[in-house]
Unconditional design. Sequence first.
Length: 150
Amino acid sequence: MLREVKIIQVGRDKFKYVNLIKSDYLERLEHYFTVNEVIIKESRFNEKIKRLREEAVEIKKRIKKNSTLIILSPEGTEMDSMKFSKFIYRFPSITFIIGGSDGLCEEIKSAGDYIISLSKMTFPHHLAKILLLEQLYRAASIKHNRKYHK
């Protein structure tokens, strides 16, 4: 049974609406499991490879060893909300990683237990997090037979 979710995100949430929506979903989710978020500063190196490597170092510091690591990336496996709900409830602890404007380096992607896609479209990290939080809430609603998912 899922007890804990950590979301590691590269890049801060720059817009007020993100915090309003995020707060709403985090409040709803606290009835089902704990959600912690970690924001990693985007690297300021000029070269993309150096930026991704520096961000990877910071990401790796925050990954728990006993947590299932799920990378969010457009090239990952897509699933509908029902499958996502069944999928996440297989694990007691999950860490999701959301890359910044440059994405994630291959080292982080290959370290993941799974790579999933919220869509084949590309989203800014703050919108990806909102989509993830909504889907986590939907998954919990499905698992607990609540009306939210119809």
